[in-house]
Design a protein around this ligand. Structure first.
Ligand SMILES: C[S@@+](CC[C@H](N)C(=O)[O-])C[C@H]1O[C@@H](n2cnc3c(N)ncnc32)[C@H](O)[C@@H]1O
Length: 277
């Protein structure tokens, strides 16, 4: 297992993912009168919190992402929400620390809510547990997150599930789609958000076809293309695909992807939010 998210933490793709996860969490909390407390399942949790100066120099990805987020002049509300979270972790100013999905989520939980993140890599899992120590209702767990999330979803009501694989393995697309389908079968009121890179169009289209073939409905696709998708060797953009997307998700995703492309993209960049399935 080679993937180290610390090299990528705080890049544009993290900003898109984390701003939308924060919105989904707050939206679900607003419906807890009808649905009960919020349970978040994170199939690929990572280390939880990243010290961007860890390797001596902040990565170019973080420079082009969160560093620009924090100095941007005009931030729309959902981008501002993420910036406020980053600022809270850096009380001395600057951007040394960046939250992964576990810490970002844990900080937003109410006492009755819960978070469970799965991590396969033992040293990373140890960091995850350490990062989550201040929050008793947020736990890190060793093991395969695809299987773990499906098992855990069976005992929960309307969980919010984040699927965020490294896409190092060729079966990550298939397993993400199968996991989303299995979670929705276990609980049709679940909401599943899947992060994917955008390199070339065929890979992504194949993934969306797979979700459609699984019969998943209310699928919202939020794309932030920083540049044209003509180089399959490069992450030219990213997408968050939300299955069983709540109302309001379209506008939220448009705000987040629109800002990301306009503030961080090239002239050929484009934000697109559309419905599949
Ligand atoms: C993209 S990072 C996760 C980032 C995190 N979700 C965030 O937003 O901060 C992917 C992580 O998944 C872990 N991983 C890879 N395969 C896994 C699997 N099958 N189950 C659980 N974790 C896995 C890797 O070790 C890596 O730490």
């Amino acid at each position: 297992m080679n993937y180290r998210h610390s090299f990528h933490a705080g890049n544009f793709a993290d900003l898109v993912k984390h701003a939308l996860v924060l919105w989904l969490l707050k939206e679900r909390q607003a419906r807890s009168g009808a649905l009960g407390p919020v349970a978040v399942l994170d199939t690929h949790a990572g280390a939880g919190l990243y010290d961007l100066s860890g390797d001596g120099v902040r990565s170019r990805e973080a420079e082009a992402g969160v560093a620009r987020l924090m100095t941007a002049e005009a931030r729309p509300p959902l981008i501002e929400t993420l910036a406020v979270e980053v600022a809270a972790l850096n009380p001395q100013g600057g951007v040394r620390f960046y939250p992964g999905s576990p810490v970002l989520t844990a900080r937003a939980l109410r006492a009755e809510d819960s978070y469970r993140g799965f991590e396969l890599n033992p040293p990373v899992e140890a960091l995850l547990r350490e990062a989550l120590a201040p929050w008793p209702n947020a736990t890190g767990q060793a093991g395969d997150g695809y299987e773990g999330a499906v098992r855990a979803a069976r005992g929960l009501k309307a969980p919010l599930v984040l699927i965020d694989p490294p896409f190092e393995r060729p079966d990550d697309y298939v397993r993400s789609a199968e996991t989303a389908a299995a979670v929705l079968r276990a609980d049709p009121t679940a909401c599943v958000a899947i992060w994917t890179p955008l390199k070339d169009l065929e890979t992504f289209d194949g993934f969306i076809r797979r979700l459609e073939q699984a019969g998943l409905s209310r699928v919202l696709v939020a794309e932030a293309r920083l540049r044209p998708l003509n180089n399959p060797m490069k992450m030219n953009g990213c997408a968050m695909t939300v299955v069983n997307a709540p109302s309001g998700a379209e506008a939220a995703a448009a705000e987040i992807c629109g800002w990301t492309v306009q503030a961080l993209g090239d002239a050929g960049g484009r934000a697109e939010v559309w419905r599949a399935g």
